[in-house]
Every structure is written in C-alpha cells, then in structure tokens.
Design a protein around this ligand. Structure first.
Ligand code: 3PG
Ligand code: MG
Length: 402
C-alpha cells in the first residue's frame, strides 16, 4: 500500500516537522571535514518543500559509529561541520540545537523556532539509547514535533534505531502523522520498478570485496538479470573457488565457501573477468596484466583491458544496468581504470542505469558520472536489503495513504 508522503501531511503552516535524514557522510579522517555531501544534497528537496509550506524543520541524523570511536575520532563526529555544510547547501542558517541530543536546551531551542527555521539535533548515536530503540528517548524526541518525516533511505534497514522506529511509533501514539520524504519515495519507486519490471536485456555488475555479505543480493539479482558481470576483490574469491592460484591476493576461506554455490552459474549467467591487473604486494608500482593464475607475490587489484572492453560492450547492449561494488582498488589512481570505465560506459548508456550506494556511489561521483545515471541510490546496506526484499520496520511505521 502506498505510504503517506509530504502532501498528505495537511496544512503545515506554523507546524514543527521532525525529519529523519541520513547525513552519515564520509569525513576526512584528520580534519573531520565533510568529504562528500551527496546525502545532504539528496535531502534538500524535502527540507525545502516543508519550509515552503510554512513549517519549521527539526532535522536529525546519526554520524559514523561513535560507540566504536576513540575519543579523538568521536570529537569529529559532532554535527557542527555537517550543520555548516547543510546550511551552505540549503542557503538558510541551520543551528545545531545543543551539544546533547535531547534535554532542556533542545526543548528551549525548539520552542523558540519560527516558520522557516531549521535546526539540526546532535549526532543521535551520542545517546546510547538511539541504537536500543529506547521508548523513553523516542518519546522525548517525538514530543518536539507535530509531524514526522522519514527521508533517511540509507538507514531504513536499521530496525533498532529509535529515530527510525520508536520515534514514529511515539508520534503515532500521540495522534501525529508520519510520512516518507521525497528522497525515500523516489528511492522506493525506482528500486521497486527496477525489480518488478526491468527492461530487458538486464545486466548486473557486481564488485567489492565480500561475496558472503552480498550472497542474498546476488541470488535475487540472478533471478532478474540476463548476465551478472563480476569484478573487484570478489573476482579472486571466484577464481580461488574454481581452483585458480590467486598468488598473494588475500581471500578468506569463508568467502570461498560462500562463493561455492554460485559456481554453477559461471559461464552462463555469471561472467568472470578474462584478465586482471595484478601488483606486487611489497611494491605496488610493479604491475602486470594476467589471464591465468596470479604469480607468487602478486595480488589482483583491478580488472584488465580485455575485460574492460567486454564489459563496456555488454553495457552498451543492455537496456537496464544495475551496478554495485567497485571493480578494483579505485582509491588508488593506478587501479581505478576498471571502475572508471564501467562508470563512464554506464553514464553513456541510453538505458536505465542504477548505482547502489555506499562506495559505488562515491566512485561514480568521484569520476564525475553520478549525475548522468538514471539513479544513484543513497543507500549502501539499505539498497542491498531492499533489493533482497527485506521488510523494513522503519517503513512499517509510516502511515498508509487513505
Ligand atoms: C549507512 O551508511 O550504512 C547508514 O547511514 C547506516 O549506518 P550504519 O551502517 O552505521 O548503521
Ligand atoms: Mg551500513
């Protein structure tokens, strides 16, 4: 059933709207500066829509994993730099409510808000109750607002985050409406369309490191695609599982076990690279292209030139392309060719091109192709989980349309 969206929230003049966004953006490790603001930009249409309707906005997000951070790393996880970036992109002043997520200072700041004002709560995960779906914490947040909007697609698969589940539940208990924002509505529509009626021929491209993390996703994809091209670190998992020597490439035994049941599709639906770039582990400047076993001391770092050409041709022939996971060690310029050429070929396609979030989205953006895709998801884990058909507790909380 269709979910309520912004236009179903009624008259918003003078109302305070709580918007859960996913501003969990990559940060520069040293300075804490926002390295990529794509997730912030993606939430702006919803924020602007609410402000234009006469509401004030209380935005909230988590940032990183403070529970696992050192004190120095944690200092970089306050929302100050995110608030500054958000303000710059929105073109409106954004205040951080306080140095705590909830409490008297936040209540006072919210009470003073006027239509058009925007505040951002402190990093939700600074309060340990956030990840315990704590009802009391949720009630304190919910009491700040007249309505709730979930525009945090990247976090929709987290079933234990209070801001995603217990907070909308508390608003419901208080008789207040809950809707999805424009970003979540768009992500759901595109991914649902992609999975229910993709235009053939459908091509999947899978990269990244771990087969084990993506096995459910790959199995679903295999039921939808005509071909699934493999690249990235998982190439060497498949090679090792087929008994090919992978040299110094590190491939865990559990990965080989995970790839086992997929081997029967190799040569039919699953296409492995025919060549790959390998580099000497103790001197990465020493590289060679290799087609068979990887020599001792060398590790696989990218797909090779013949593979790039074959994959580009497949992309050209496809009506739908779904891509998740980099094809090589793209953070190193010398090993980024596979990822870059695949992104370029997709951007030049006249078919539907969808990029799963996380690292893949960062790569597409880094090479300047993100805006030329049909859709670049803001979800990493959420994209995979939604494609897998998982039911999200966060979305179950959103009111159905009448
Ligand atoms: C993400 O980037 O995956 C989401 O923001 C959720 O963050 P998490 O993986 O730390 O729960
Ligand atoms: Mg995640």
């Amino acid at each position: 059933m269709a979910k309520k969206t912004l236009d179903d929230l009624g008259d918003l003049k003078g109302k305070k709207v709580l918007v859960r966004v996913d501003f969990n953006v990559p940060l520069d490790k040293k300075t804490g500066a926002v390295k990529n603001d794509r997730r912030i930009r993606a939430a702006l249409p919803t924020i602007k829509h609410l402000l234009d309707a006469g509401a004030s906005v209380i935005a909230m997000s988590h940032l990183g994993r403070p529970e696992k951070a050192t004190p120095e790393e944690r200092a970089n996880l306050t929302m100050d730099k995110v608030a500054a970036k958000f303000s710059e992109l929105l073109g409106t002043p954004v205040k951080k409510a306080a140095n705590e997520v909830v409490g008297a200072a936040v209540t006072a700041a919210v009470a003073a808000m006027k239509p058009g004002d925007v505040i951002l709560l402190e990093n939700l995960r600074f309060d340990p109750r956030e990840q315990k779906n704590d009802a009391e914490f949720a009630a304190a947040i919910a009491s700040l607002a007249d309505a709730y909007v979930n525009d945090a697609f990247g976090t929709c698969h987290n079933d234990k985050d209070a801001s995603m589940v217990a907070v909308p539940a508390a608003l419901k208990a208080a008789g207040k409406p809950r809707a999805v924002g424009l970003l979540v509505a768009k992500e759901l529509e595109i991914i649902e369309g992609l999975m229910s009626a993709p235009k053939a021929p459908v091509l999947g491209i899978m990269g990244g490191a771990k087969v084990s993390d993506k096995i459910a996703f790959i199995n679903v994809l295999l039921t939808k695609v005509d071909q699934l091209l493999i690249g990235g670190k998982m190439t060497y998992t498949f090679l090792k599982a087929r008994g090919v020597d992978v040299g110094a490439t590190r491939v865990g035994d559990e990965e080989v076990v995970a790839a086992g049941p997929l081997l029967k599709h190799v040569g039919t639906k699953i296409v492995l690279p025919v060549d790959y770039v390998v580099a000497k582990s103790d001197d990465l400047l020493q590289t060679q292209v290799c087609e068979g076993p990887i020599p001792a001391g060398f590790e696989g770092v990218d797909i090779g030139p013949k593979t790039i050409e074959a994959y580009k041709a497949a992309i050209k022939d496809a009506a739908t392309v779904i891509w998740n996971g980099p094809l090589g060690w793209f953070e190193q310029a010398a090993f980024a060719r596979g990822t870059q050429y695949i992104a370029e070929a997709m951007s030049a396609s006249s078919g539907v091109t969808v990029v799963g979030g996380g690292e893949t989205a960062e790569a597409a953006e880094q090479f300047g192709y993100a805006d030329k895709m049909t859709h670049v998801s803001t979800g990493g884990g959420a994209f995979l989980a939604y494609v897998e058909g998982k039911k999200f507790q966060s979305l179950a909380q959103i009111d159905d349309r009448a």
